[in-house]
Design a protein around this ligand. Sequence first.
Ligand code: AMP
Length: 283
Amino acid sequence: MQTAYSKEELRNMLAPLRGGRLVLVPTMGALHEGHASLLRQARVLAGDSGSVVASVFLNPVQFDNAGDLSSYPQTPEADLELCRSCGVDVVFMPTPEVMYCADRSVTMEETHLSTVLCGAKRPGHFAGVCLVVSKLFNLVQPTDAIFGKKDYQQLAILRRMVRDLDFPITLHGAEIVREADGLALSSRNVRLTPEHRAAAPSIRKALLEASAAYTNGASATDVCVAVQRSLEAIPGVRVDYVTLCDAETLHELTDEKRLALLAVAAYFGDVRLIDNIELTRRA
Ligand code: AMP
């Protein structure tokens, strides 16, 4: 495995790997088993003849909250070790100064899917994501890229970006990896207090109960109210949003035969956790 710290190093390391399948997995570091599952899927997709590139870059442009950025865990040595163990060929690990020109002045904004869910709560977040991912796509020029469904809205927005801007890249969505108690793995979980860590699996429990109720005919409103109430009953928890929407458009579900998405964001103390579940009605 090789590690590139500059764009030039990256270009030189990738030159001999071009021509075959090149699978990119973008991350912000503090890697865990959720990231590892993406990297392993990338390895399978690339096969023996292809290559896997992981980027580890804590992208300041996508943070709408300075405290969240400064408290974000960073574990570069362990990240490299995990990448190595997952069969990554090249890790790109730039600093913000390497990634961005100080006087950068071009933005990248998706304007429909980004207006709801986390986009409505975190101004500029998805523009920052689209900017960094489009830069990574241009730098790496992968044939494929893998993103987790944990960040369901991010995946939907990036699919739209690839479609609308004709990036010649196939995107793949990976299932959410969870702790044994149901909590979705996240780099932010280490910041939870012991009390909030113990309570956090309630998110998954509420989503599973909601899924069963929705399958059996409960209304979208009733489903959302039930999730909201069960999370608000936990001391120190503040619900940011609970939304049931069309899984593709992320806007209102107008046809119940379509796949629905139930998405939640909630603050456990000052740690914002997100989770989601895809829902269908009983046929
Ligand atoms: P991040 O480092 O949080 O930006 O995440 C990098 C990639 O890993 C994104 O595509 C995430 O959706 C994905 N990811 C993060 N946590 C999980 C998880 N628990 N299960 C599956 N994918 C995940």
